[in-house]
Ligand binder design. Structure first.
Ligand SMILES: [Zn+2]
Length: 64
């Protein structure tokens, strides 16, 4: 249902992994994601903290 997609962080200074619903244009943190990311260091990118927080809340709410 959710997937990880690389994209610029909220400062645009680095690439991070965002959490996004399938085929959504925006990550959970509100960052807009482009279809094809211009990234060559995906695996070294960190996770987007706001996305991870939102995702954790989603998972928690669904688990109850
Ligand atoms: Zn994010």
């Amino acid at each position: 249902m959710y997937e990880m997609r690389p994209g610029p962080n909220q400062h645009g200074s680095a690439v991070v992994w965002h959490v996004t619903a399938k085929q959504a244009a925006f990550a959970l943190c509100g960052q807009q994601l482009s279809e094809r990311a211009d990234i060559t260091q995906d695996e070294q990118a960190r996770h987007c903290p706001p996305c991870m927080d939102s995702f954790a809340q989603l998972v928690t709410s669904k688990a109850v």
